[in-house]
Design a protein around this ligand. Structure first.
Ligand code: MF3
Ligand code: CO
Ligand code: CO
Length: 275
């Protein structure tokens, strides 16, 4: 009898770039984990309104994860202590939930990662407190559509550069900028694995996509310049020029002819303005 680690090693294989190729049965595990993360993002929507604190939103998310019998991937991750990242207005990502309350017209990204039966589901989307300002609406639409362009570029034989290029070309055609300081990532039975999934790039560059790869695509798009800085809390990334920023994230798997999105919204609520 071999030990568990050896058995685990024997499942699937790694490419020369260190990217894990998962087996057909593994898609089911990712589907279940991704669906729970997406359901939580659906169910949190009524908790976003002017006057609400981001700490309260995070508390509700923590409860939902516990009630589902799942585990938060972020609590305890590199010292992070919350079940979500909540990034408001010019915060790009990794915003820490806190007592500050939302104002009418604030836009925010809520990012949740859960573990179900050892599989990781990682997804984020945009919300608005109260009335969505026109400028923010345009940013949110372009960011959402850029993610979907990236996913449309996924199929065996294409490359990670093709994904990044599709996103960058779309965003820059709308005179917005792609953040370079953060990227998507491989995931599966681990949170962050090879490869780094860049949201910019040249067609045909980077590793080739193969059936069985699992990774996130999670573009961050700014109305102004792409540069970010990290606040003194050591987590919250913000735009240097204080321009508004948006992000959407899906966890996906490469299939024989495209991509399976593990984190589709059960209620069709992924996009805040048109479902
Ligand atoms: N969910 C984030 C991602 O998309 C990672 C958050 S790590 C945390 O990769 F520690 F900040 F929560
Ligand atoms: Co992610
Ligand atoms: Co995430």
């Amino acid at each position: 009898m071999r030990d568990a680690a050896l058995l685990d090693d024997a499942r699937g294989k790694l490419t020369k770039d260190g990217i894990r190729i998962h087996e057909a049965a593994d898609f089911k595990g990712m589907h279940v984990a991704g669906k729970l993360a997406a359901q939580i993002l659906d169910d949190i929507a009524p908790h976003v309104f002017p006057g609400q604190s981001t700490a309260e939103i995070d508390r509700v998310i923590t409860d939902m994860i516990e009630k589902a019998g799942a585990t938060s991937a972020t609590i305890g991750y590199k010292g992070y202590q919350h079940a979500s990242c909540i990034s408001v207005n010019h915060a790009v990502c990794h915003g820490i939930p806190g007592p500050k309350t939302l104002k009418d017209g604030d836009i925010l990204n809520i990012d949740v990662t859960v573990i179900v039966d050892g599989w990781f589901g990682d997804t984020s989307r945009m919300y608005v407190a109260g009335k969505l300002p026109r400028k923010a609406e345009r940013l949110i639409e372009v960011t959402h559509d850029a993610l979907m362009k990236g996913i449309e570029a996924v199929r065996p034989g294409k490359t990670f550069g093709d994904i990044g290029h599709a996103i960058q070309a779309y965003v820059e055609a709308h005179r917005m900028s792609v953040v370079r300081d953060f990227c998507g990532h491989g995931l599966g039975r681990v949170f962050h694995a090879a490869p780094n999934v860049l949201h910019y790039g040249r067609p045909g560059s980077g590793a080739k996509l193969e059936e069985g790869m699992f990774f996130t695509i999670e573009p961050m798009v700014n109305l102004g310049r792409p540069e970010t800085k990290t606040l003194a809390d050591d987590w919250t990334a913000v735009t240097r020029d204080k321009s508004l920023s948006a992000q959407f994230e899906h966890s996906i798997g490469v299939t024989s002819d495209g991509a399976e999105i593990f984190t589709l919204s059960p209620g069709g609520l992924f996009h805040p303005t048109y479902g």
